[in-house]
Design a protein around this ligand. Structure first.
Ligand SMILES: Cc1cc2nc3c(=O)[nH]c(=O)nc-3n(C[C@H](O)[C@H](O)[C@H](O)COP(=O)(O)OP(=O)(O)OC[C@H]3O[C@@H](n4cnc5c(N)ncnc54)[C@H](O)[C@@H]3O)c2cc1C
Length: 409
C-alpha cells in the first residue's frame, strides 16, 4: 500500500514499537503523548519470547537483553507449608528458552531512544479526547487543539483510552477485585533465585512476588520488582494502618523479604495498580486501529500485556504492507491477532481467580492440580507454551522470527 500519514496516540510499549515498525515500513508517523516528557509508569514486567521476537525484528533485542534478567522458571510456594505449588520452566520449549525480567524504564528507554534516533515526530503534552473523521481523513481532538489530517490513527492509549468508543464493536470493561501494590528494590541473591519469578501464596487472597528485572541503565544497580496483591478498595485502610504493620504481615508470610521491605521503607515507594478486563471484539474502526491495552487489557497474572502490545504493533504493520486498501489492511490486522488475543484473554480471566480472589475452593483445587499433574509430560511443555505466550504460534501469523534467546544471556 502507498505510504500513509499515521498518528500513533500513546507512547507506551505498544505506541513506541508501532512508531518504529510503521516508519521503517515507509509511513510518516506522528507520536502523540499526554506527558510533556514521555515516561514509563510502574515497576517491572516480563518480556516473553513473543515480545522479544518483536524487539528482535526492530533490531533492539540485544540492547534489551543486556539490561534485563533472564528468567527460566516461575515458582510459587505455599506460605504455610513451604511446598512448591507452582513450577513452570521454560526449558521444555528448548535449550536456552527463557523470559526476560525488565524494568519498565529499561524497556521504555530502549524504545524511546530508537524513536528519537530515527528522528520521528513526537507531540507531547497533548491529551487525546476525541477522533473526528471527514472525507476519509482523521483528526485527533484535545483541549490542546486539533492534530491532523491523518490517513490512520493507531490507538495505543492503554486500557482507559477515550477512543475505544470508535471501535466497530464495543466491549464492556470489568474492573477486577484484586490489584497490587508494586515497588522497585535492589536485587539480592540472599535466598532468592536470580533466574526465577518467585511468588508466595496463602490461599488466593495473599500473593507476594519478587522478580529480578535487571538494570535501568547499563551501569545501574541490579533491581527487583516487589509486589503484594491487594484489593484497591482496601488500599486506603492499608495506608492508614501503616507500613510497619503491613511489613510484619509480609514478613510473617515470607521472612526472606526482609531486605526488600527495608529497601522500600515506606508506602511512598509503592504504586497501586488496578486491573481491568476488556477485549474489543473488533480492534478497528473507520480509519482507526487499536493496539495493546486499548484493544485488550487484563490482570498481569500471565504476564502477556506488553508482549501482546508489541505483537499487535508488528501485526498492524504487516497487515498494512499486505493490504490493498486501508479497509483491507485493518481486516487483515483484526484476523491476524484475533485468536491469539482471545485465547490469552480467556486464559487470564479464567486463571486469575486461582491466584487473586476470595475463593476458598479455587486455591485448594489449584494446589492439588498443580502438584499432581504439572510434572507429568506433556503438561510441563504445555504450561511453558502457555506462559511464554506461544500457544497458537502468534509469530507465524505475523511473519516474525524468534529472537536468538539461546545466544544472548
Ligand atoms: C502492575 C502491572 C504488572 C504488569 N506486568 C506485566 C508483565 O509482566 N508482562 C507484560 O507483558 N505485561 C505486564 N503488564 C501489562 C503491561 O504493562 C501493559 O499491557 C502494557 O503496558 C500495555 O502497553 P500499551 O502501550 O498498550 O499501553 P500503556 O503502557 O498503558 O501506554 C499508554 C500510553 O498512552 C498515554 N496516554 C494515555 N491516555 C492518553 C491520552 N488521553 N492522551 C495522550 N496520551 C495518553 C500514557 O501516558 C502512556 O504513555 C503489567 C501491568 C501492570 C499494571
Amino acid at each position: 500500500m502507498k505510504s500513509l500519514d499515521i498518528a500513533i496516540a500513546g507512547a507506551g510499549p505498544g505506541g513506541l514499537a508501532a512508531a518504529l515498525f510503521l516508519s521503517r515500513a515507509g509511513h510518516r508517523v506522528r507520536l502523540i503523548e499526554r506527558f510533556e516528557q514521555p515516561k514509563p509508569l510502574g515497576s517491572g514486567l516480563m518480556l516473553q519470547p513473543t515480545g522479544l521476537a518483536a524487539l528482535h525484528a526492530l533490531g533492539l533485542y540485544r540492547e534489551i537483553a543486556a539490561l534485563g534478567a533472564p528468567i527460566d522458571r516461575l515458582v510459587g510456594t505455599d506460605a504455610r507449608t513451604g511446598r512448591n505449588v507452582l513450577e513452570v520452566r521454560y526449558q521444555p520449549l528448548g535449550v536456552g528458552q527463557h523470559a526476560l525480567g525488565v524494568h519498565r524504564a529499561a524497556l521504555f528507554g530502549v524504545l524511546h531512544h530508537a524513536v528519537v534516533a530515527a528522528g520521528l515526530s513526537i507531540r507531547s503534552g497533548y491529551t487525546v479526547t476525541q477522533l473526528q473523521r471527514d472525507h476519509s481523513k482523521s483528526w485527533l481532538l484535545s483541549p490542546q487543539g486539533l492534530e491532523g489530517p491523518f490517513d490512520l490513527v493507531v490507538d495505543a492509549l492503554g486500557s482507559q483510552s477515550p477512543l475505544k468508543r470508535y471501535a466497530r464493536a464495543r466491549s464492556t470493561a470489568r474492573p477486577l477485585a484484586y490489584g497490587a501494590i508494586w515497588g522497585t528494590t535492589p536485587w539480592t541473591d540472599d535466598r532468592f533465585d536470580r533466574q526465577a519469578l518467585s511468588q508466595r501464596y496463602r490461599g488466593s487472597s495473599v500473593m507476594i512476588g519478587v522478580m529480578p528485572v535487571g538494570r535501568r541503565q547499563p551501569d545501574g544497580p541490579e533491581l527487583a520488582a516487589f509486589f503484594w496483591s491487594l484489593k484497591p478498595a482496601d488500599h486506603a485502610m492499608l495506608l492508614q494502618r501503616g507500613f510497619a504493620e503491613w511489613r510484619q504481615i509480609v514478613e510473617a508470610h515470607w521472612p526472606a523479604t526482609a531486605s526488600h521491605l527495608d529497601a522500600i521503607g515506606s508506602f511512598d515507594r509503592m504504586t497501586l495498580a488496578r486491573y481491568q478486563h476488556h477485549t474489543l471484539p473488533v480492534p478497528a474502526g473507520d480509519g482507526i486501529a487499536f493496539i495493546g491495552d486499548s484493544a485488550h487489557s487484563t490482570s498481569p497474572q500471565l504476564g502477556q500485556g506488553a508482549n501482546m502490545a508489541l505483537l499487535d504493533a508488528a501485526a498492524l504493520t504487516a497487515a498494512i504492507e499486505a493490504g490493498d486498501s486501508l479497509d483491507d489492511a485493518l481486516e487483515r490486522y483484526v484476523a491476524m491477532r484475533r485468536w491469539h488475543v482471545r485465547l490469552y484473554q480467556f486464559l487470564s480471566m479464567t486463571l486469575t481467580p486461582f491466584y487473586q480472589s476470595d475463593s476458598r475452593a479455587m486455591p485448594v483445587l489449584r494446589d492439588i492440580l498443580v502438584s499432581s499433574f504439572a510434572r507429568i509430560p506433556p503438561v510441563p511443555r504445555m504450561l511453558a507454551g502457555m506462559v511464554s505466550g506461544q500457544l497458537l504460534n502468534p509469530l507465524r501469523a505475523i511473519g516474525l522470527k524468534p529472537a536468538p534467546l539461546g545466544e544472548v544471556r
